[in-house]
Design a protein. Sequence first.
Length: 135
Amino acid sequence: MGAAVAAILVAGCARHSATAPSGAGYLTLKAGEHGEVNGIAVTMVRVDADSRCPSDVQCVSAGNAVVAFTLRTPSDPLGSGTAALQFLNTTVEPRSLVRAGYRITLDSLTPYPVSTHTIAPDEYRAFFSVAFLPD
């Protein structure tokens, strides 16, 4: 039974990566982590604010979280120093930005808040997608 489950999981992963468009990729980063897709380098710096409504509370609005990150592209000059901070939101605009022919989107942020737990900075994981924009 374990081998059957493993085969299904592997098949599911292969199917997911096969359907990703050419020039697209996904990054999951915690604070301080760096990832790269097609020469687009993203470093998650921190979660600047998190006012998302806890899942176990009824709120008037969904709230929002703001993720600070740096971004470098192949067209950035080498030795240009520290990349400027960029900011994307989970529920309000901007949720994505376009740079060097790619759209970088903050798809989600985990964990989702609950009222009984304060999220430590090292618990956060930001999920980014990077998609090539054809001319």
